[in-house]
Design a protein around this ligand. Sequence first.
Ligand code: F6P
Length: 320
Amino acid sequence: IKTIGVLTSGGDAPGMNAAIRAVVRRAVSLGLKVKGIRKGYNGLLNEEIIDMTARDVSDTISRGGTILYTARCAEFREEEGQRLGAEVCRKHGIDGMVVIGGDGSFAGAQKLAGLGINTIGVPGTIDLDIACTDYTIGFDTAVNTAMDAIDKVRDTASSHERCSIIEVMGRNAGYIALWCGIANGAEDVLLPENYDYDEQKLINNLINNRKRGKKHHIIINAEGIGHSVSMARRIEAATGVETRATILGHMQRGGSPTCRDRVYASIMGSYAVDLLAAGKTNRVVAYKGGKYTDFDIDEALAMQKHLDEYEYKVSKALSV
Ligand code: F6P
């Protein structure tokens, strides 16, 4: 391996810059060249490729977003796009590639690897929904941002003795919702993974909590369930308790990464370069069972992830 390409793809996540920085600096320390690819796979197809030195990543570790920009690329899901991508890599002398993103981005990485470009995935998504790893870059910052925002909504909900439904991100996964449910002491948490929720149960819970003297009632709703605004209208009509919906949205993806995100991103980015330097391809970097490791991308994409049932039970038990 002589030249490593690095790109970020899919939704941005805080800590992606720390991962890019680690890829660049680890590669430079091993005497390798680095090329940054802007705007994910789109930029690869359009040859938006820049040389990167150690100085190009100065002052980036504390910045949110991604300095390489990102995109979701429909063209790269097709065989023609993938072939073109591999050709562009060859044209620019890129013989190793680090793809920072989620499952969708890894599917692209798998194709590039199949076309002869040594490729390694680094898990970067706020959703924590990558099965092979217990940690994904961005989750820690996002969940802390959501927790702080929910604390604020809770202040006003208590003051007005209202019910608040707060919708958090996570696509089809409920990790952000469940963690906020525990961290914010929510009365109810609605998760896509156990979507057996019954609105009558929510209503009964709200009425019972009022009788027990609770001043606010926080319902955390995962975006995989959605419909927070109409839910709020129905709950207010059924209970007479003023109910508001707040959708936190993209604020959860921004901001300076936490220490945890910076450290894990730095180690995972370096680990990806070490895998390439050792001649490895078609691997995903992971943190599993308390240590850094890597998995075959095909295996990683076939794995299933489940919410921790005990965490869910605890969130219910502590909401009395
Ligand atoms: O995957 C990260 C994520 O923020 C999800 O939580 C959310 O469903 C999605 O991206 C939103 O995507 P977009 O930024 O394209 O609206």
